[in-house]
Ligand binder design. Structure first.
Ligand code: ZN
Length: 160
């Protein structure tokens, strides 16, 4: 069996930046799980996994554009603190939710003042070239419900 449209794939990964520093790893916990062809993971990684088999190891180098995109300056702004949702004391580096007229967005605080805060709505990995080392653990065909929902169900996936 090979990874193709509507495969549910479990994989372990290590994520490095261009300097070879380890940024994230799944190996201490459950493998990641996703529905192939449903845009659940970044596109460059999904393309690299196409056609691979259980047990395969892939090394995938992605430019910033192929990974989380370029950093966009217009996503940095100063907002009143009352528009932010957070617990505890607001600090630089904190991930918080921003209330906008289009719903909530995840942003990172870059500077916290008394009444306002500077925030950055870029993905923390935007603007970075990344290297993934991926091990395909196993795969199965998606259930019709998973295809209808556009994501995988079960341990490590989306639960209802
Ligand atoms: Zn679902």
């Amino acid at each position: 069996m090979r990874v193709t449209e509507n495969s549910v794939v479990r994989f372990h990964y290590d994520l490095y930046n261009k300097d070879g520093e380890l940024l994230e790893s799944s190996r201490e916990g459950e493998p990641s799980i996703y529905l192939h062809g449903a845009n659940n993971i970044i596109r460059g990684l999904e393309q690299a996994l196409e056609g691979s088999e259980p047990g395969a190891r892939l090394e995938v180098e992605l430019s910033a554009e192929q990974a989380y995109g370029r950093r966009r300056d217009q996503l940095q702004q100063r907002v009143p603190i009352k528009h932010l949702l957070f617990k505890g004391k607001l600090r630089a580096g904190m991930a918080v939710q921003l209330n906008t007229d289009k719903g909530r967005r995840s942003v990172t605080v870059t500077k916290a003042g008394r009444h306002s805060a500077d925030i950055d709505g870029n993905h923390p990995l935007a603007g970075q070239a990344l290297r993934f080392v991926v091990d395909v653990v196993d795969l199965r065909e998606a259930e019709p419900e998973e295809i209808a929902h556009g994501h995988a169900h079960g341990p490590g996936g989306h639960q209802h």
